[in-house]
Structure formats: structure tokens, C-alpha cells
Design a protein around this ligand. Structure first.
Ligand SMILES: *[C@@H]1O[C@H](CO)[C@@H](O)[C@H](O)[C@H]1NC(C)=O
Ligand SMILES: *[C@@H]1O[C@H](CO)[C@@H](O)[C@H](O)[C@H]1NC(C)=O
Ligand SMILES: *[C@@H]1O[C@H](CO)[C@@H](O)[C@H](O)[C@H]1NC(C)=O
Ligand SMILES: *[C@@H]1O[C@H](CO)[C@@H](O)[C@H](O)[C@H]1NC(C)=O
Length: 360
């Protein structure tokens, strides 16, 4: 897919009605309350942002705003939790080193974490005027397949992508597996959650069945929702639906007006060709052992306070949201929780945390 113009002009172009905000790191820990609730430690390492009520259990009835003392997100009424796996570099000598995250351009000073988006309308619609009802307490969802190791398996999740950042504003091309060459400014991963809801269930056993992709095309292209999941979270005219889209970006640097979860992995210190595998393969591996990249996945647990998200969706905004309380980078960085699982996640280690083996 294409992103909005990447010229300097685009940096200041209005992108009204798009909820886009940075969340600093809450903790990096081997916990996975959605897929492995109560399991300490969980099989693989995650990086988590959001409210401090996060723990290994996260029972659906948990009152996340009441149990949190702060949040790492810019919007201080958002006590939701957002998480993804963690990227590692595998050196020629077989040892692993965690790849840190950096924030998108414009969110300088915010440590690690990711950028989160909620949109009402597609990427190319700057109006964002559709009336929607926000997610409810207890809502959660998952995207991706930890066990996917082929392009076919990953294609089920239409919009979970990688971008090799040539500059900090590179947004294309987006690919489904790890970039094969060094990326000068890092690797951005973008996870776009499905946007059609079954209208009934806040969750499902695999955390995905209650959600679906449009029958054809994507959220942005306005594809129709399947009959099984009729509520297009972008188009519900104030009846049932939830927010349109949640995006998480795990990127290194910046970006502009897009719609998802973005995470930027700062691979800049791992780009020396002499450290890359001699067989020409790429050296990055997810914390669960996937060296293809097809197993990328993300988790979301709704935890906004009161009607804060609804207020935001009723008066959409871009960066400066009058209807929401905000906090500065220092407050975001100061919020956090200690690690539950004590293990070395930052040295050069012989194995991945939990013992996953690269290539599995
Ligand atoms: C998580 O927090 C809940 C309270 O919301 C608590 O009952 C539970 O014991 C905690 N779980 C863990 C593993 O600490
Ligand atoms: C393995 O390689 C890395 C990267 O070159 C280096 O920093 C580390 O010290 C090496 N570890 C061992 C045990 O040789
Ligand atoms: C946005 O709103 C303007 C003015 O109401 C309208 O002309 C335009 O078609 C809208 N754009 C989209 C993509 O809906
Ligand atoms: C979306 O909105 C249009 C215009 O209001 C309506 O015709 C259509 O049925 C809606 N689709 C869904 C899935 O709600």
C-alpha cells in the first residue's frame, strides 16, 4: 500500500481526525497475558506499552484504569496495553543481542515503545468524520500467527508488514518478511488489525475469530465486511461498532499520517556486512525464533478510562487532541513497571530468552 507523500511538506500537512500517539516502553518481559494467561514466564519475550495494571493474568473483568497508577502513552487516559514480540540480532558466532526500539520522528524524547493509531476512515480520507462507538472494557484482539513461516501463511493477515528504512521517512515498499539487506535507518514493522467485528463478542478463544478483514481489499479501500462480521468498525453510524482501526507501528523513526501500530527497530548498530551471515541470509530473528519474519504478531487489550476514547472519536484530532488529557515525554518515560521474569535480555546471550532457537 502507499503512504501519504513523504516529502517534507507532508510532515506539516494536516492529517485531521487521526488519533496517532507515541507510547514509551512500559516493560520488556516474558509475559503474554492474552495467549498464555497466568504463565510466568511465557514462552517468549515481549515489549509492552500502556497502563501499569499490566500483569501475567489480565482477567477480562480487570479494571485497568483503576488499577493503573500511570500510563506510558501520550494520552494519559489510555491505560490499554499494546504489545509485540522483540527483535534480536544473531551474530556470526551464534550469540544474540536485543535490538532496541526508537520512536517515530516528531516524538523525540519518548523512550522505546511504539506509535499507536486509531482511525475512523481510511488512510486517504482526511475528513475522519464517520461516527463510531469505541471499544468496550474487556475488548481484546490479536493479529498474526506465531507459527507462520511462509508467505502464504502470512498473507492471511493482509497488513502486517516490514519497511526497510533507507531514511527515517521511508514508507515503501512494504514487505511481509525480514528485509534481506541492511536498512540504514532501521526496520519499521506495522501491524494493522482487522476492522470488521462480529458485533457480539469482546474476545474469542484465538482472540481473532470475533474480528475479520473486509471481504475484499482493505480497510482503506473501503472493502465490504463479510456477513459473519458485519460491523465495519469504521462505518457504524453510532450503532454498535467500535473504533475503526488500530495500528501499531514498531519503527525506528518517524512517519506521518498512516493508520496502525508502528514499531521502529533501531538496527543501525547491526548493519556491518562483516557481522552478517556468510551464507548471505539476514541476521534478525524474533524472540520466538522466527528468522523469516512471517511470524510477526501483535496484541491489544482495551483499557481507556471512562468515555475518553469515545470523546476522541467524536472529536477526532491529530496530535493535539483537545478532548483528551495528554502528558509529556518525561512523564511517559517515568511511568513503567519492573520486570517479573529476571533474566538477561540485554547482553550477548547464547540463547534467546526462554531458549527459542533461531530458524525454528
Ligand atoms: C494480576 O492482577 C490481578 C488484579 O487485577 C491479581 O488478582 C492477579 O493475581 C495478578 N496476577 C499476577 C500473576 O500477578
Ligand atoms: C560474538 O559476536 C559479537 C558481535 O561481534 C561480540 O560482541 C561478542 O563478544 C561475541 N561473543 C563471543 C562469545 O565471542
Ligand atoms: C472530505 O470532505 C469534503 C468536504 O465535505 C468532501 O468534498 C470530500 O469528498 C471528503 N473526502 C472524502 C475522502 O470523503
Ligand atoms: C456503511 O455506510 C453506508 C452509508 O451510510 C451504508 O450504506 C452501508 O450499509 C454501511 N456499511 C456497513 C457495513 O455498515
Amino acid at each position: 500500500m502507499k503512504f501519504i507523500a513523504l516529502t517534507v511538506g507532508a510532515l506539516v500537512a494536516p492529517c485531521l481526525g487521526l488519533l496517532r500517539f507515541p507510547c514509551a516502553q512500559l516493560v520488556i518481559d516474558r509475559l503474554d497475558p492474552l495467549v498464555s494467561p497466568g504463565e510466568v514466564p511465557s514462552p517468549h519475550l515481549h515489549q509492552i506499552v500502556g497502563g501499569t495494571s499490566f500483569n501475567a493474568t489480565m482477567h477480562p473483568s480487570k479494571d485497568m484504569p483503576a488499577e493503573s497508577t500511570c500510563t506510558t502513552c501520550q494520552f494519559s487516559e489510555d491505560f490499554s496495553n499494546y504489545w509485540t514480540a522483540v527483535l534480536y540480532f544473531k551474530a556470526r558466532n551464534g550469540t544474540y543481542k536485543r535490538v532496541p526500539q526508537i520512536q517515530n520522528v516528531g516524538f523525540d524524547g519518548v523512550e522505546g515503545g511504539m506509535t499507536v493509531y486509531y482511525m475512523q476512515d481510511g488512510l486517504y480520507n482526511y475528513n475522519q468524520t464517520s461516527k463510531v462507538t469505541a471499544f468496550q472494557p474487556g475488548f481484546r484482539m490479536f493479529i498474526g500467527d506465531v507459527n507462520a513461516r511462509s508467505r502464504e501463511q502470512m498473507e492471511r493477515y493482509r497488513q502486517v508488514t516490514y519497511t526497510c528504512l533507507q531514511t527515517d521517512i521511508t514508507r515503501d515498499p512494504q514487505i511481509l518478511d525480514f528485509p534481506s539487506e541492511p536498512c540504514p535507518e532501521g526496520i519499521m514493522t506495522a501491524l494493522r488489525f482487522p476492522t470488521c467485528w462480529d458485533g457480539k463478542n469482546l474476545d474469542s478463544p484465538d482472540h481473532m475469530e470475533h474480528m475479520a478483514y473486509p471481504e475484499s481489499g482493505t480497510f482503506e479501500t473501503g472493502g465490504p465486511c463479510p456477513d459473519s462480521h458485519p460491523v465495519r468498525m469504521a462505518n457504524s453510524s453510532g450503532t454498535v461498532a467500535g473504533s475503526r482501526m488500530l495500528n501499531l507501528d514498531l519503527v525506528t523513526d518517524m512517519f506521518l499520517c498512516t493508520q496502525f501500530y508502528e514499531v521502529v527497530w533501531d538496527t543501525r548498530s547491526f548493519n556491518n556486512a562483516e557481522d552478517w551471515p556468510e551464507d548471505g541470509s539476514q541476521p534478525f530473528v524474533w524472540s520466538f525464533g522466527d528468522a523469516t519474519g512471517y511470524g510477526n504478531h501483535g496484541d491489544y487489550v482495551f483499557g481507556w478510562q471512562g468515555d475518553a476514547l469515545q470523546r476522541a472519536l467524536d472529536h477526532p484530532c491529530y496530535i493535539n487532541c483537545e478532548t483528551l488529557k495528554t502528558q509529556d515525554a518525561a512523564a511517559m518515560n517515568a511511568c513503567g513497571i519492573g520486570r517479573t521474569v529476571k533474566e538477561d535480555i540485554d547482553g550477548w546471550t547464547e540463547t534467546l530468552p526462554g531458549g527459542a532457537v533461531a530458524g525454528m
